[in-house]
Write a protein that binds this ligand. Structure first.
Ligand code: HDE
Length: 709
């Protein structure tokens, strides 16, 4: 926990949780009844070789508890990872809302965040192509507020009643429960091609947004439209955004798929390690606000969850920052048992009639009843508000409160009407009195009918690299579909987004060119949608320094020091974990070996010089694979002195074919950074770090996935 902040830093929630922390260190083992146990290795038997006796209460309790250790996983967002932190406002938002936590910039509010994938089971891999959940619980002075968002700002469907359909379609197919944690199969694409409102979100799902580099490097979006209400009762429409201070960055498809095997925990490990190292993830909270009078001023319906509010039209006002500064003490107790619900709001925030949101308001409470086993899940420590709870709700499974007295109803005289409702001035929640005058119909508004224009806006906003990645994703996803008609329909449907997209999909998945369709009139683009325009930084990036016997200690030390100063994280990697000797006799104990790690988990690779080192490295097939893979995944690769020439051996892409030596100054081409004959490596390290902060070097193989039609 960060104690340097002058303000609360989320302490209130930690103080509340601390009485529940258990530490068994140095204690004697007992049963759940507190009876000390003398032996927990042998069951009670009739003779040493005889049958076990039913009377063995310790055996029965131990096994029974174990038998019931699991609870149902979330029906969606089953795999997730959480952390504690705090939120602090930059400036008072009192003009827009009376929410207490948005009034005073000196106040900090404890938060708990859970990131997740949507489709896979609890044990599935982190780096699959999927939407990421980004759910935040604010423990405010008005009670808990949940912003249950995703890292994609739009949703597949417009009405909550279709949620079971989309989820059934995207989950593993029911006859054989294959494939796990992916949309690359027939039922998902069958649903998509029969549901044009999915077009916009599918574009995001096929984009790099769906394979984030880190939870720390993705945006969050509340998706649904809410309201802000100020103390005068004025309402405005609002959408919530989280903007990561490290920028928005992604993996490559191939990298993400390989990582699923090499490190299925890649994202949770990354978040955990960053927090343990003090590299606290930070996200700014932004709001887009639309006046009620402007409700009908746009070429999209502001209640339609398949639409963004383009940031160039409605700017995101940055209002505060969230810092995640503490890992959980226990995954199950906190991350697994946390229960989010978009209906958890506070005075100053209210709902809109967004038909997806309206359904969500019901679903989350409902699902917790089976997942967490009854109506008292709000009493689980992680779910408790930091303010007192008083009401006449009683009993139910696992009731933790011991309510005193004989009154559990309202109104009453016996307890002087306690607990009594609070009026608005006392902080009582009063729903926004929206006037609605309409027929009761099972129908959808005409204003929700445009399904392609914003999908085209997204496509128009992508850089050539991002477009190439989208085409590549379609080739993999729709190419994995078995049914030829569905495949054809995918190419045909996305020709409505952009004819060239439909054609490029068709080429890659072996179906006919889509028939020409009427041109979509969306010509605009939005710079905010492209990751090319994001923040770039070397901070917290991970670098592998490859070392064998004979390495140059000066080069290694300079690089490690400079990386540390830039806020990057370095690990030495060698053939084994045994200590190695540098060219001047310096000993070094490598952090990782080629068996225990892989190029996949790093953002860059550096190979120091040393004559014998170069020999040792040149004979090592693992080194070649490591470098080749890093080059293929567009990562920064650096080498010094003798090692620079070795790169020629792995230079399949011809990146250094024109390297003729560097005479003491750094030589750079597409993220390959070489140096020879320098007395001082600091300028070289600065260039290496500069290249590292570029994230990936897309120019390296820019033309590879797009095939000419
Ligand atoms: Fe969810 N969603 N959802 N969802 N959702 C759940 O609630 C649901 C939607 C989101 O880390 C479930 O507690 C419906 C949009 C996140 O614990 C369930 C609809 C967005 C999480 C549920 C949606 C989300 C969930 C399953 C369509 C982004 C994980 C377990 C109307 C704004 C929260 C649970 C966590 C979880 C229902 C659509 C985000 C079944 C009916 C849109 C981040 O209640």
């Amino acid at each position: 926990m960060d104690t340097n902040n002058s303000v609360d830093t989320g302490r209130k929630k930690m103080d509340q949780l601390s009485p529940y922390l258990e530490n068994d260190m140095g204690q004697k083992a007992t049963t759940d009844n507190g009876l000390k146990i003398s032996n927990t290795d042998d069951s009670l038997k009739l003779g040493e070789r005889g049958p076990t006796l039913l009377e063995d209460f310790h055996f029965r309790q131990k096994i029974t508890h174990f038998d019931h250790e699991r609870i149902p996983e979330r029906v969606v967002h089953a795999r997730g990872f959480g952390a504690h932190g705090f939120f602090q406002l930059y400036e008072s938002m009192s003009e827009y809302t009376k929410a207490k936590f948005l009034q005073d910039p000196n106040l900090t509010t404890p938060v708990f965040v859970r990131f997740s994938t949507v489709v896979g089971s609890r044990g599935s891999a982190d780096t699959v192509r999927d939407v990421r959940g980004f759910a935040t619980k604010f423990y405010t002075e008005d009670g808990n507020l949940d912003i249950v968002g995703n890292n994609i700002p739009v949703f597949f469907i417009q009405d909550a009643i279709k949620f079971p359909d989309i989820v059934h379609a995207i989950k593993p197919e029911p006859h054989n429960e294959v494939p796990q944690a992916t949309s690359a199969h027939d039922t998902f694409w069958d649903f998509v091609v029969n549901t044009p409102e999915t077009a916009h979100m599918v574009m995001w799902l096929m984009s790099d947004r769906a394979i984030p580099r880190s939870f720390r490097m993705m945006e969050g979006f509340g998706v649904n439209t809410f309201r802000l209400i100020n103390a005068q009762g004025q309402a405005r429409f609002v959408k919530f955004h989280w903007k990561p201070l490290l920028g928005v960055h992604s993996l490559l498809r191939d990298e993400a798929q390989r990582l699923s095997g090499k490190d299925p925990d890649f994202h949770r490990r990354d978040l955990w390690d960053a927090i343990e190292q003090g590299n606290y993830p930070e996200y700014e909270l932004g709001v887009q606000i639309i006046e009620e009078s402007q409700e009908f001023s746009f070429d999209f319906d502001i209640l339609d969850p398949t639409k963004v509010w383009p940031e160039e039209l409605i700017p995101v006002k940055i209002i505060g920052k969230m810092t995640l500064n503490k890992n959980v003490d226990n995954f199950f107790a906190e991350t697994e048992q946390v229960a989010f619900c978009p209906a958890n709001i506070v005075p100053g925030i209210d709902f809109s009639n967004d038909p997806l949101l309206q359904g969500r308001l019901f679903s989350y409470e409902d699902t917790q009843l089976s997942r967490l086993g009854g109506p008292n899940f709000r009493q689980i420590p992680i779910n408790r508000p930091v303010v007192p709870v008083h009401n006449d709700q009683r009993d139910g499974g696992h009731q933790m409160r011991i309510h005193q007295g004989n009154v559990s109803y309202f109104p009453n005289m016996l307890a002087q009407n306690s607990p009594s409702p609070a009026d608005e001035a006392e902080g009582g929640f009063v729903h926004y009195a929206e006037r609605v005058d309409a027929h009761k119909v099972r129908a959808r508004s005409q204003s929700f009918r445009d399904h392609f224009r914003q999908a085209t806006l997204f496509w128009n906003s992508m850089s050539p690299t991002e477009k190439a990645h989208i085409v590549d994703a379609f080739h993999y996803e729709a190419g994995s579909v078995k049914n030829k008609e569905v495949k054809q329909a995918v190419a045909d449907m996305f020709a409505h987004v952009a004819p060239e997209l439909g054609e490029q999909i068709a080429v890659g998945i072996g179906v006919n060119r889509p028939p020409s369709v009427p041109a979509n009139d969306m010509k605009a683009s939005s710079a905010a949608l492209s990751q090319e325009n994001t923040i770039k930084s070397a901070r917290t990036r991970k670098v592998a320094v490859l070392v064998e016997n004979g390495f140059c200690p000066l080069a290694v030390n300079t690089m490690l020091n400079e990386l540390k100063a830039a806020g990057a994280v370095a690990e030495t990697v060698s053939s084994s974990l045994a200590p190695i000797t540098g060219k001047d006799g310096t000993m070094l104990e490598p952090n990782k070996s080629f068996v225990t790690t892989s190029s996949l988990v790093y953002d860059a690779v550096f190979i120091p010089g040393g004559a014998n080192h170069a020999d040792a490295i040149s004979q090592n097939i693992d080194v070649r694979l490591f470098i080749n893979e890093a080059l293929r995944h567009m990562k920064t690769v650096g080498a010094a002195d003798e090692a620079a020439e070795l790169l020629l051996m792995t230079d399949a892409a011809g990146l250094i074919s024109n390297f003729t030596g560097s005479e003491g100054t750094p030589w750079v081409n597409q993220g390959v950074v070489l140096i020879q004959g320098a007395d001082n490596l600091q300028p070289y390290c600065a260039e290496f770090i500069n290249q590292l902060s570029g994230h990936r070097h897309w120019g390296r193989l820019i033309d590879y996935p797009i095939t000419a039609a």
